[in-house]
Each structure stands twice: as C-alpha cells, then as structure tokens.
Ligand binder design. Structure first.
Ligand code: SAH
Ligand code: F3S
Length: 436
C-alpha cells in the first residue's frame, strides 16, 4: 500500500463544555471520514479550526486577532475554518471581515464538518438544523472519561444570554441513542461519563421524533444502571428544574458524582426577574439548603454576573448575602457584557464599568476567603478518590465532589477508587495519603 502522508488538523476550543464536546465530534469525523490526525502545532496543520464562544464580548474580539495571526503563520494551502457560537451569530460577516477564512460552521451544524471543508466560502449556520439524531464517530475516551451530549440548544430566554440565538431551540436526543453511546464508552474503557446540554436537566422537554416520556432524573437512573459505569456528572443544569425528586436521586444514587453546578447569576429577586431566570433569591437558597442537607459533602459551583442593567448596591448586597449562605465551592463570576440579539442589550440603566469592576472585585475577594475556610475544613477527612492520572510517582484523581487530590500510591490503583485521608488542602487541590 502507498504510504500516504496524513493530513493534520489543529483545533482551538474556546468556551463551555459543549464546545469541547463539539470539537471532539469534529475531530472524530475528520479522522474517520477524511483521514486527518490531530496536531498541536499550527504551522504543521493542513486545516485550522477555531471553535468559538460568543457568550461575552471579549472572546469575539480575540477571534479576529487570532485569525489574522493564524493566517500569517499557517503553511501554504492550509485551510482555516471558524466554528461554534460566533460562527452562528456572525455567519458570512466573518468571511467579509477575514476573506482568507475558508468556511464558517455554526454550533448546531457540527455534523456538516466533512462537507464544509470541501466548499470554499461555505457558511452553514442554520439554527433550526436538527443535529440531535446524528451519531458521531468512535473515540473521545480520555483518562477513563467520556462526554455525551443529551440535548442541543436552549429554550430559556435569559435576557442576557446569546446562546438560544446561536444554538437554537432545545431538542433532546432519544434516550436509546444516549444509552447506546454510554455502553460504547464502557467498551472503549470509560468509567466516568459527563452528560452535556445547555439546559441539561430540562431533558425530555422535546424530542424531534416520537419518543417515550423520559425526564432527566429517569435518564440519570438509567445511565447509572449500565454495567461498568462508575461515575456520572452533568452540566449545565438550571436551578429551576432541580425538583425534590431530582435532589433525592442526586443524593441517594452512589454513582452520581456529588458536585453540582447551580448557576445563581444574581442574588437579587428583582434582578433575577429582569434576567427572566424564573426563580427568586429565596427559592435558590431553599434548593441549596436541600442539596446540602441531603449531601453534606457536596461541592456546589455557580456562575454570577455583576453589573446587570439596573443593579443597585442593594441588589448587589443580595448577591453577597447568597454567597455568604451558599458558600459555593467554586464560583465563575463575570461583569455583565451586553450581547447582540438579547433582550437585555436594550435595557436602560447600564452600570458604569468601574462600578461593575469594583463589585466583581469585592465578590471575588470574599469568595477567596470562603474557599480558604472550606479548604481548612477538609484536612483530616477521608474520601474515595478515583485515580485517573499518574505523574512522577504521584497518583492524581478526584473525589466524588470533584476535589483534585494528589497522593503517593501504588500504580495498580490507576483507573480505580482508593480511600484517601487529606493531610494538606489548598483552594483548588489537596494532598492526601492512601489508607486502603
Ligand atoms: N447553560 C449554559 C450557560 C451558558 S453561558 C451553560 O451550560 O454553561 C455561561 C455563563 O456565562 C452563564 O451562566 C452566565 O453566568 C455567563 N454569561 C452569559 N451571558 C453573559 C453576558 N451577557 N454577560 C456576562 N456573563 C454572561
Ligand atoms: Fe443561556 Fe439561560 Fe439557556 S443562561 S444557555 S438562556 S438557561
């Protein structure tokens, strides 16, 4: 057989977990159908793809400066494509602004990758396109883990958020396809599964084909019942859909990892209303209370936006108060960034940048202190740690709540769960010793 030199693809991924999964899907299609292999070096690539995020304005600016830079250093004849949410929202404008871009592939059109790479100037950004029945290629198992899409799009209308405009209406992927994909992952060596959707716990709201009724709690149950599945995580859930039945399943099912994302956005009921989040400060605190009392060792992460239009100092104090009570183990916090096509971009009473910046600083400073206190409380505790990486004779893994724990230990524990006592704990990771 002739030894054909493999084509190489470089892919850069910005943004959320969904984008990382989309990149993995793009890669598997290019490898299986087009004979590409992955490279980490732009200069070696025959195909360069930037998988973009448009949730805030900054990454959009970054895209055009990066495109220019990649175009200068790429090898002759290499193609450049823009994928993801900014591709969906700017579409053909990207090629107008950067004519050397070969194709634009929207966040909902990932399965068309093997088509667009052959059409110079292709723009595939239909947000009504249904990718939910598309089964992707093999692979995607790394360090015993696999990501699985369970829905696409988002039906919520949070007034600050561009995602419903870039990823389109919400469609759930039929449960049989998801369960088959999990089984395939087990066969490929995966033990931990991350279920993905923009509004993941609204699963079952709408299927594009006839499908038996199935909600997120039921799906979780069915996934964890598959032989060989050790741990299941999911992101991103919406606090509104965290009903009691879900919290009970979350607490009692040992295979569901005990970490949960509860994106607060704001602690002020008034601002939450303006954001159209559908819950109040009290309701959010009640959910946190329920989760913490059902799972004392749970890790709760959150997203917070400060400086939303009309946010008064009192409104901001509500957010500080929720932080004080909820004591999030992880917090992603942002200054509000007006986005095109969103309702909030037309709101009056915008908050001066210095005010928003100062609030963000206060919020983050207080959270750092809380993290230090949480870290101290971990010393002496014993956790089950799933070791998935070995580095220099050190085993590294996470406990069920997602805390990164390093420990000396026998390499035979790799891919298994060991009991570890914490001897030292920092804000983001801990050191421990294996006790059994
Ligand atoms: N459900 C999605 C949310 C996407 S956006 C998910 O799965 O992650 C991620 C986070 O970015 C949001 O929770 C919000 O806190 C933040 N965000 C979204 N739009 C924003 C905006 N216009 N300005 C600032 N932050 C924003
Ligand atoms: Fe965005 Fe709200 Fe959906 S934050 S992704 S519109 S749940």
């Amino acid at each position: 057989m002739k030894n054909i030199e493999k084509k190489r693809v470089f892919i850069e991924t910005l943004g959320c977990a969904m984008n990382h999964k989309d990149s993995a899907n793009i890669l598997s299609q290019l490898e299986e159908r087009e004979g590409y292999s992955k490279t980490e070096t732009i200069e070696d690539a025959d195909l360069i793809i930037i998988n973009t995020c448009s949730v805030r304005e900054k990454p959009v600016h970054k895209l055009f400066s990066e495109l220019g830079q990649f175009n200068r250093i790429k090898k002759a004849g290499a193609k450049i494509g823009v994928a993801g949410c900014t591709a969906s929202h700017l579409g053909r404008e990207i090629i107008k602004k950067a004519p050397y871009v070969d194709f634009v592939l929207g966040a909902r059109n990932v399965s068309k990758i093997t088509d667009v790479i052959h059409r110079k100037g292709a723009v595939e950004i239909d947000i009504n396109y249904d990718d939910s029945l598309y089964s992707f290629g093999d692979g995607g198992v790394a360090d015993f883990k696999k990501m699985i899409n369970i829905s696409i799009g988002c039906d919520k209308k949070c007034t600050f958020c561009i995602v419903p405009h870039t990823r389109g209406t919400e469609i759930s992927i039929p449960s049989e396809m998801i369960l088959d994909e999990v089984k395939r992952g087990v066969d490929e060596g995966a033990k931990e599964f991350l279920l993905l959707g923009q509004n993941v716990n609204n699963y079952g709201r709408r299927f594009s084909t006839e499908h038996k009724k199935m909600d997120f709690t039921q799906l979780l149950r069915e996934v964890t019942e598959i032989n060989g599945v050790e741990r299941v995580r999911f992101t991103s859930p919406h606090p509104l859909h965290m009903d009691n039945e879900f919290i009970e399943e979350f607490a009692s099912n040992p295979k569901i990892a005990k970490s949960i994302h509860m994106p607060l956005q704001s602690g002020s009921t008034e601002i939450l209303k303006a954001m159209k989040r559908g819950y109040s400060k009290e309701w959010f605190l009640d959910r946190v209370e329920r989760v913490r009392s059902a799972v004392p060792d749970v890790a709760i992460s959150t997203d917070i936006i400060v400086g939303f239009p009309g946010e008064s100092e009192d409104n901001f104090q509500d957010t500080m108060e929720v932080l004080e009570i909820a004591r999030f183990e992880q917090m992603f916090s942002f200054k509000y960034s007006p986005r095109p096509m969103t309702e909030a971009s037309n709101f009056k009473d915008s908050i001066p940048d210095e005010v928003a910046g100062e609030r963000l600083k206060r919020l983050q400073a207080r959270h750092l202190k809380i993290l230090e206190e949480i870290a101290q409380s971990k010393v002496g505790k014993i956790y089950d740690v799933f070791f998935d990486i070995e580095d220099n004779g050190c085993l590294i893994g996470r406990n069920s709540a997602g805390l990164l724990i390093k420990s000396r230990g026998d390499r035979s524990l790799l891919g298994k769960v060991g009991r570890v006592k914490i001897i030292e704990s920092g804000r983001t990771s801990a050191k421990g010793e294996v006790i059994s």
